[in-house]
Every structure is written in structure tokens, then in C-alpha cells.
Design a binder for this molecule. Structure first.
Ligand SMILES: [Zn+2]
Length: 362
């Protein structure tokens, strides 16, 4: 039972039915603070029955938290929702929070020795992130510095492709400039760290990828990911199968495109999609962004059964977000993904060999 997740969800629901914007933001901040706690929320309880002071959790939020700790639910929240005009909307959002881990559950999964998946120490590098070249705030140098500090041997910078102007997608000309910058950085690193030249290509509605085969061959790491049709209930199995079968694609990025409490993502027969990915030697991603957690441990178990390779990535847009890779590792541990099937756990030469094989197969 992830009590942190349950309480954060109740605080989000309570935020949604506030008439004052100020109160709405207050409960939202409290919900985010609870989700980010490193420990189970019960540990905040003090002997006198009050809650230990925690940044961004004010007195009104504390009262809700105590109510849940004492009764298992919050009558205050439920009654306010029932008396509002948002019952249907709150219900819909509640259905979109399944299999999301709070930070405290991530920490617990990383520590739990009984789990058979990858250890954090097995994780050698991160293969999806964004830089100042598209919609990120981290420079290439920031990525290298933070990657080394995290004990990595490599990272792939995967800015958005030109097909996604909304995310400041990079033109091919800018991409070649970026490649020259990466070459200079790698020369300076002198073999201690390797920055890989990547892209996050967009999967169009018809399953094609928004770059030509020749363009894809210019890149060392191609993550293909859906950014549209993420609220549609229509079956999109064919779209996803076509995407993974595209020569030059290495990783199926955030396969569902779901967002915490907001959208369900792509509907598909995932068993068929994962089987197609396994056949094409394409890795299925576990995106560790806490709002994505895509795919989660349950679907990951299905992908193990289908014989898939896995990529565990942060999808970071800033250096602080590089720690999101830990959320992905936690899901892989809960699913029991064998480390040998995780491309981030391979030595760099094995990783590069696999990356090159996909580039030449097209
Ligand atoms: Zn994306």
C-alpha cells in the first residue's frame, strides 16, 4: 500500500475542487511534496500526534494527512468533492493514477534486496534526455558533468526532432552543429565518458517516424515516441507495431504517452507491440519521469515475457531530473527485469555494437 501516493492523490483531488486559486496551488504543492518524500509518510508522525514540519505542507494539508493516517481516508475531501460539480472529472482523474510510484516507494524498491531486477550500481548510463538545444535547460557540458558525478560511463542526448516544433525540435543543420559540439566534448573526456548522438523522433498518427532513413542513420541513438493520440480510446496497435519495425529505431520511448492523473495514453494490444519490438531488437523504454512512469512494472512484466530488451531512462530536461532514472530502475526491479536485458546496464562496447546493428539493418 503506497500511502504517500494515496494521500497525494487526495490532496490533488481536494485542490481541484477549491474555489480559491491560492488554496488550489497550496494543496497542489502539498501533494507534490508528499509524492517527493523519501520516506513513508507515517514517519512524519510525532509522539504528540502532530505532523513534523515539512516544506510546502501547510496546516490545512497536514489536517487532511492526519485524517487519512487516523481513518484510512479523508471524509473532508470526499464530502467536498460530493458537494461540488466535479464528481465526474475527479473520478476520471482517479482512474489515471494506477501503477504510479511515489518517491518513497521508489526508494523502497531500490533498497529491497528480495527483488531480482537491476541494482542502481548496474546502471551505466542514461539514453533519453533533453538539452538547451531543444526544450531542456541543461547544456551538453552539464549533462557530462552530472552524468560522471552519478557514476555513468555514457549518456545519450536525445533532443526532439524537427517534426515536433512545439518542443523546439532541432533542424538537421542544428543537429549537425550539435554533433560537432559532442565530438569536441568527447575528445576532451578522453575515453572516461561518452556522450552519444541521439534524437527523440516523433511517431506520427500512421506509425511512421518523422525523419527519413538517411537522417536516422546520422544518429547513434534513435528513440521513437508517440506525442499525439494520447487521449484516444481507439486501438493503435498497428501504429505502434509500424513504429518499432522502422529500421534505425533503437528504443520505443514512453510507449503509452500517459500522464499522471491527466491522460491514459495510447490504447494498444501491448503484447503484440512488445512481440514486434522483440522481433525488431528494439528496446522498450521505462521512462522514469515521475509523471510518466511509462511503461510501469505491470506492463514491463508483459514485455519480459515477450522477450524484449529494455531501456531505463530519465527523460530529463534539467540536471536535477537525471535522478528520474531511479524511478525507471525501481519499476524494472518490481517487474524483475533481468539486468542482461537492459541496454543501460551493458558495457559501452556492447551497447555501441547493438546501436550500430540497428543502423545498418535499414
Ligand atoms: Zn517525448
Amino acid at each position: 500500500m503506497d500511502l504517500n501516493a494515496k494521500i497525494a492523490a487526495l490532496l490533488r483531488d481536494f485542490a481541484a475542487v477549491q474555489t480559491s486559486k491560492l488554496k488550489m496551488w497550496g494543496y497542489r504543492r502539498a501533494a507534490a511534496a508528499v509524492l517527493a518524500l523519501e520516506e513513508p509518510i507515517e514517519t512524519l508522525l510525532q509522539p504528540d500526534g502532530t505532523l513534523r514540519k515539512t516544506p510546502n505542507i501547510g496546516p490545512s494539508s497536514s489536517r487532511i494527512i492526519l485524517e487519512v493516517l487516523q481513518t484510512g481516508t479523508s471524509a473532508t475531501v470526499e464530502q467536498t468533492i460530493a458537494g461540488s460539480d466535479q464528481v465526474v472529472d475527479v473520478d476520471r482523474r482517479r482512474g489515471l493514477r494506477g501503477h504510479f510510484l511515489s518517491r518513497s516507494q521508489v526508494v523502497a524498491a531500490l533498497k529491497n534486496r528480495r527483488l531480482k531486477g537491476p541494482r542502481l550500481a548496474d546502471y551505466r548510463g542514461d539514453l533519453q534526455m533533453h538539452s538547451t538545444w531543444s526544450d531542456g535547460t541543461q547544456t551538453l557540458d552539464d549533462i557530462v558533468r552530472t552524468g560522471i558525478a552519478r557514476g555513468y560511463q555514457f549518456c545519450a542526448v536525445t533532443d526532439h526532432s524537427y517534426g515536433l516544433p512545439i518542443a523546439r525540435g532541432v533542424s538537421m543543420q542544428r543537429l549537425f552543429e550539435q554533433h560537432r559540439a559532442i565530438d569536441r566534448i568527447n575528445a576532451r573526456a578522453g575515453g572516461t565518458f561518452r556522450l552519444l548522438k541521439g534524437i527523440e523522433a516523433n511517431i506520427r498518427a500512421d506509425g511512421s517516424v518523422d525523419m527519413t532513413p538517411g537522417e536516422l542513420r546520422q544518429l547513434e541513438v534513435v528513440v521513437a515516441a508517440p506525442h499525439s493520440g494520447l487521449r484516444s480510446a481507439a486501438d493503435q496497435t498497428a501504429r505502434m507495431i509500424k513504429a518499432v519495425a522502422t529500421p534505425g529505431v533503437h528504443i520505443l520511448g514512453h510507449p503509452r504517452g500517459r500522464k499522471y492523473g491527466s491522460r491514459p495514453g495510447v490504447s494498444a494490444d501491448w503484447e503484440q507491440v512488445f512481440e514486434a519490438a522483440a522481433r525488431a531488437n528494439v528496446a522498450v523504454e521505462i521512462d522514469g519521469d515521475p509523471h510518466r512512469q511509462d511503461i510501469d512494472y505491470d506492463l514491463a512484466a508483459l514485455a519480459i515475457h515477450a522477450g524484449c530488451l529494455f531501456a531505463l531512462d530519465s527523460d530529463a530536461h534539467s540536471t536535477a531530473e537525471l535522478s528520474y532514472a531511479e524511478t525507471a530502475v525501481a519499476h524494472a526491479r518490481l517487474a524483475g527485469v533481468p539486468p542482461d536485458r537492459i541496454v543501460n546496464c551493458w558495457p559501452l562496447d556492447r551497447l555501441v555494437e547493438w546501436l550500430q546493428a540497428a543502423r545498418t539493418s535499414g
